[in-house]
Unconditional design. Structure first.
Length: 269
């Protein structure tokens, strides 16, 4: 099992879209997956077609992590019964309650709360943690529980600068709290192929980050909000645009999984 945080310092770059795109690819590939919706806005929960029922949301599980009983409190994504091939995709439901932990002064004990919630979980091969767009407590809590971090960036000046700062923050966090943590790579999202600015920034990102800039890049898709609003998997949305996006997320997921294998091989040498 690997735990991957999906992070961004800057809001509005499509972090949750990348999370749900990877979840869709994992479901299509038959990889048992859990999405932990750590963003207080709970957009991933909505996009995955989950409505809160009697189960505890992730915020309340974090409040009493050793009593959380994660398997009893996850909800199944509606995608599973909406045309999928019987894969497993569960959600640790997001809520505004998690906001009480999204502050910069969390101590080491608080940073281990998500790790404690996930401890002993064996039902999944992949856990995706959708982080809030900040480097406050919730993101650092996610990093503490994660094996790797995927950064999401648009090919724009402020987003690229924010990604560089986040890379430095990961390095500092590793030194102080999580020596096992590693960057999984950077996803260039909402790329406009006809934009000279985006072409320039992508070249800049390649020179700055090298192999950490993952391929393929994800293009801007006009109907993405419609797909998310309908709580639908991109792999089961009609039209050539959605089919092309699904193939890109398949390739991106494969790149991430191969990167994990390569990382383990390097550690064993």
């Amino acid at each position: 099992m690997q735990v991957v945080s999906i992070s961004s310092l800057k809001g509005g770059v499509g972090k949750t879209s990348v999370t749900t795109g990877l979840a869709s690819a994992a479901l299509a590939a038959g990889i048992p997956t859990l999405v932990v919706d750590l963003d207080p806005h709970a957009d991933a929960t909505t996009a995955l077609g989950v409505q809160r029922g009697e189960q505890l949301d992730i915020g309340r599980m974090l409040k009493s992590p050793r009593k959380a009983k994660l398997p009893e409190n996850v909800a199944s994504s509606s995608w599973v019964s909406n045309g999928s091939s019987g894969g497993k995709l569960d959600v640790a439901v997001g809520s505004a309650f998690t906001g009480i932990y999204d502050r910069p002064d969390l101590g080491r004990r608080d940073l281990r709360r998500l790790s404690a919630v996930l401890a002993g979980t064996t039902n999944y091969e992949l856990i995706l943690v959708d982080c809030p767009p900040s480097l406050n407590g919730l993101t650092r809590m996610a990093w503490s529980a994660s094996d790797r971090v995927v950064l999401v960036a648009e090919p724009g000046l402020f987003s690229v600068a924010g990604t560089e700062r986040t890379m430095r923050a990961i390095q500092l966090f590793r030194q102080e709290f999580a020596p096992h943590l590693a960057p999984a790579g950077i996803v260039a999202n909402r790329v406009r192929t006809g934009s000279a600015e985006h072409t320039f920034r992508l070249s800049e990102m390649e020179s700055m980050f090298g192999e950490l800039l993952l391929t393929p890049h994800i293009p801007e898709q006009a109907n993405w909000q419609q797909i998310q609003g309908a709580a639908h998997s991109v792999h089961h949305w009609p039209g050539d645009s959605a089919k092309n996006s699904a193939k890109l997320f398949d390739a991106l997921l494969q790149s991430l999984l191969q990167g994990q294998t390569s990382s383990r091989a390097r550690q064993q040498r």
